[in-house]
Design a protein around this ligand. Structure first.
Ligand code: IPM
Ligand code: MN
Length: 354
């Protein structure tokens, strides 16, 4: 098969980890007789510096004309402590999600047998953890009305959802649960928020269409707690944008390192794949970034966008083997010793894939 893939490396460690994902994807393409045409485009602080816009129209056009998008990370500390900055890298990401209609953010959390002792949680608590968050990505408080009043002394952000927005992410959740353990958790704050009550109402109405799925309704604060107590009790969790942002960061470290978990953001026409971790600017250029989250995101791309499950499995197998053999970056090395650089990990995976 022939694919066109948009490559948005972004900021910080983005370019380094993207580089390894490209190397591994090319090795997979070679092995399975595919042809990938990569098309790079600017995003984030890098795009602000080059053209003054974190998501230029040209980048949007590249995304629209591609079969999938592979994304690194965006963000730069020089914007973080400047609340008055008019243009911010994150605005690019949000605009991209909205303009491409990427409403469903798929964020899995799974464990690697060889890394169980790296988790901040006890081994017996996390063994067998294999859950997926579906985070709504184009609505809620991220995109609601916001502003200042009273001469700037009062600020507000609003969380708005309509039934159709809830329904389309819920359908994805029910369908995913059907393919997995048929367990779905609707995460909300329906004891306080009206938008959450509409979420719950919508899910309850849809239960009859998916009689085989066992649905639970849990408050977001309780889920934050249970996630570290019994992560292996969950299967599919669906939630709104901000709750999902917070809970998926919490979930992402269960596997042992921030540098491990991949994600997909899918819409009707387009799909974007990216590591869950951020741009980690302190590590940029040092060769210590863990490329596995991005490489596993490429595996999700082969599986979800192209339906190529053997290709995805081949990447996952190589990743598992490299971890088991201790061919890892600094974040995962025993006593922080004998680690490989970012590109050495990529090279090792390529050898395994060949
Ligand atoms: C994420 C990030 C973004 C978000 C930021 C960079 C805008 O934290 O993808 O989770 O909040 O959605
Ligand atoms: Mn986040």
């Amino acid at each position: 098969m022939n694919f066109r893939i948009a490559l948005l490396a972004g900021d910080g460690i983005g370019p380094e980890v993207i580089n390894e994902a490209v190397k591994v994807s090319d090795a997979i393409a070679k092995k399975f007789n595919h042809n990938i045409e990569w098309k790079s485009a600017l995003t984030g602080a890098a795009a602000i510096d080059a053209v003054g816009d974190p998501y230029p129209n040209e980048t949007h056009d590249v995304c629209l004309s591609s079969d999938a998008i592979l994304f690194g990370a965006i963000g730069h500390p020089r914007f973080d402590n400047d609340p008055s900055a008019k243009v911010r890298p994150e605005q690019g990401l949000l605009r991209m999600r909205k303009k491409l209609g990427l409403f469903a953010n798929v964020r899995p959390t799974f464990t690697f047998p060889s890394l169980l002792n790296k988790s901040p949680l006890k081994k017996e608590r996390i063994e067998g953890t294999d859950l997926v968050f579906l985070r709504e990505l184009t609505g809620g408080i991220y995109f609601g009305e916001r502003g200042r009043k009273d001469d700037g002394n009062t600020a507000f952000d609003t969380c708005t959802y309509n039934r159709d927005e809830i329904k389309r992410i819920a359908v994805k959740g029910f369908e995913l649960a059907m393919k997995r353990k048929k367990k779905l958790c609707c995460v909300d704050k329906a004891n306080v928020l009206e938008s959450s009550r509409l979420w719950r109402e919508t899910f309850q109405e849809m239960e009859k269409d998916f009689p085989d799925v066992k649905v639970s309704y849990e408050f977001v604060d309780a889920v934050a707690m249970r996630l570290v107590q019994w992560p292996n009790s969950y299967d599919v969790l669906v939630t709104e944008n901000l709750f999902g942002d917070i809970l998926t960061d919490e979930a992402s470290v269960i596997s042992g390192s921030m540098g491990l978990m991949p994600s997909a953001s899918v819409g009707i026409e387009n799909a974007l794949y990216e590591p869950i971790h951020g741009s980690f600017p302190e590590a940029a250029g040092l060769g210590i970034a863990n490329p596995l989250a991005t490489i596993l995101s490429a595996a999700m791309m082969f599986e979800m966008s192209f339906g190529l499950h053997n290709e995805g499995a081949s990447i996952r197998e190589a990743v598992n083997k490299s971890l088991a053999e201790g061919k890892v970056t600094k974040d995962l090395a025993e006593k922080g010793e004998n680690f490989l650089t970012t590109s050495e990990v990529g090279n090792y995976l390529i050898e395994l894939i060949r």
